[in-house]
Design a protein around this ligand. Structure first.
Ligand SMILES: [Zn+2]
Length: 363
C-alpha cells in the first residue's frame, strides 16, 4: 500500500507529494470532491506519509508496514469504525451518552472527527477536543493530523474551528473533507488550501475495477462503472449480486406491466419480499432498478441510446421499448413516485410487488 494505490486524480496526488517533499504542506486543507472520489482515503494516506517510520526513497510516500502506517491504516474503513464508535456509545449510561461525542482514533497522533448523530453534524465539543490536543507535540509520529469527515458544522463548532485555524501549531495538519466546500464558512475557506478531487471517467473506473474486481466480467465492470457515476469508492463496494437480483425482478415487473409475459412470474417473486429491515433494503434496490430501467427506456425512446446505462440488457430493453411509448414512460415514472412516497409514509407495512406492477400497468 502506497500512494500508487490511489486511483485517479494523479495531478492532485503529485502536487501533495511535492508539497510534502518541500515541507510546505499547509496546516489546513479542504479536500473537496463528490462522494466516493477518495477524499478520506487520500487524507489517511497523507497522514501515513507524514508519519511513516521507514518511508521509501524518492517522492514522499509510506511503507504501509511500520507501526505508524499499520495503525493509521486501521482508520481506512470509515463506515466500520463509525459503527464501532457508535455502538460503544450506545453501551454507555444515558447521562454519559449525552456527554460523549463521536471520535475515531487508532494512533495517538491521528484523530478522525465524523459528524455526530443524531443530527449528523460536527459539534462544538468535538472541536473542543481538537483544541485540547492540537498544541501537544506528536507522541509517536512527526505530525498531528485531524480529519473532519464532513463539512456540516454547527455554528458554534465552526466558530471554534476558526480560532484554531488562525494560529495552528507547526506540527499539526487539519483536513476538512467536503462534497461542497461552499458549506464551510468563507473565513474557514480563506484560511485553508482547497484541493479538489474530480469524479473519474468511465474508462478510468473500468480500469480500476479490472484491478480490484478481477472476478467480474468486462461487461459487468462496464455496467458498474456506469452505475457508480464516477465515484470510485461506490464502484469498489458495489453489490453486484444484490443489484442483479433486484434488476431481474424489476424486469419482471416491467414485462408484466407491459403485458409481454404472464402474471404468474410476478407472483412467484412477490413471495420473496418480506416486511422488516431486510425487506426494506430489497425494496430500495428494486425501486432503484425500476427507475434506472425506465430511464433507459426513455433514452431509447428519445433516440439517445448512447446514454443507456444497463448496456448488457440492450436487446431486452429494445424489445420492451416496442411496447412502451413516451407517454406511458412518463406516467409510469410518476406513478412509481407515488407508490414510493406511500411506502415511505408507511414503513412497516409489507409491500407486494403487485402494487408496483399495478402502478405501471398499461391502460
Ligand atoms: Zn510506514
Amino acid at each position: 500500500m502506497a500512494f500508487s494505490g490511489f486511483h485517479g486524480n494523479e495531478d492532485v496526488v503529485n502536487r501533495i507529494r511535492e508539497m510534502l517533499a518541500r515541507y510546505r504542506f499547509p496546516h489546513a486543507v479542504i479536500l473537496s470532491g463528490p462522494a466516493g472520489s477518495g477524499k478520506y482515503t487520500l487524507a489517511t494516506m497523507i497522514a501515513r506519509a507524514m508519519n511513516c517510520l521507514f518511508p521509501p526513497e524518492g517522492l514522499p510516500d509510506f511503507c504501509g508496514k511500520c507501526s505508524n502506517c499499520v495503525r493509521i491504516g486501521e482508520l481506512e474503513d470509515l463506515d466500520a469504525r463509525c459503527a464501532e464508535a457508535n455502538e460503544a456509545r450506545e453501551g454507555l449510561k444515558e447521562a454519559d451518552k449525552k456527554e460523549t461525542r463521536l471520535f475515531i482514533q487508532a494512533h495517538p497522533d491521528v484523530l478522525v472527527i465524523p459528524p455526530d448523530p443524531p443530527q449528523m453534524m460536527i459539534k462544538v465539543d468535538q472541536v473542543r477536543r481538537v483544541i485540547e490536543s492540537i498544541y501537544f507535540r506528536p507522541a509517536e509520529g512527526r505530525e498531528r493530523v485531524f480529519i473532519f469527515t464532513d463539512s456540516a458544522f454547527m455554528k458554534e463548532a465552526a466558530n471554534s474551528l476558526l480560532k484554531v485555524l488562525e494560529e495552528p501549531p507547526e506540527f499539526a495538519t487539519i483536513f476538512l473533507l467536503a462534497e461542497n466546500p461552499g458549506e464551510l464558512l468563507p473565513t474557514i475557506r480563506s484560511r485553508s488550501m482547497v484541493l479538489a478531487l474530480h469524479s473519474l471517467s468511465l474508462p478510468e473506473i473500468e480500469q480500476y475495477l479490472a484491478r480490484h474486481r478481477p472476478e467480474w466480467k468486462p461487461q459487468q465492470r462496464a455496467l458498474v462503472a456506469r452505475l457508480s457515476e464516477g465515484a470510485v469508492g461506490r464502484a469498489r463496494t458495489f453489490d453486484l449480486e444484490a443489484y442483479s437480483a433486484a434488476r431481474e425482478h424489476a424486469l419482471t415487473v416491467l414485462r408484466t406491466a407491459l403485458r409481454t409475459n404472464e402474471h404468474t412470474d410476478l407472483f412467484k417473486i412477490t413471495e420473496t419480499y418480506r416486511a422488516g429491515a431486510e425487506g426494506r433494503e430489497k425494496i430500495e434496490w428494486l425501486l432503484r432498478c425500476l427507475y434506472s430501467l425506465l430511464q433507459d427506456l426513455l433514452f431509447l425512446e428519445s433516440k439517445s441510446a448512447d446514454l443507456v446505462r444497463n448496456t448488457d440488457l440492450r436487446a431486452e430493453l429494445e424489445r420492451l421499448s416496442q411496447a412502451a411509448d413516451f407517454e406511458w414512460l412518463t406516467l409510469a415514472a410518476e406513478r412509481l413516485g407515488e407508490v414510493e412516497r406511500g411506502l415511505r409514509r408507511n414503513l412497516l407495512r409489507s409491500l407486494s410487488l403487485d402494487a408496483f406492477e399495478a402502478a405501471l400497468e398499461k391502460g
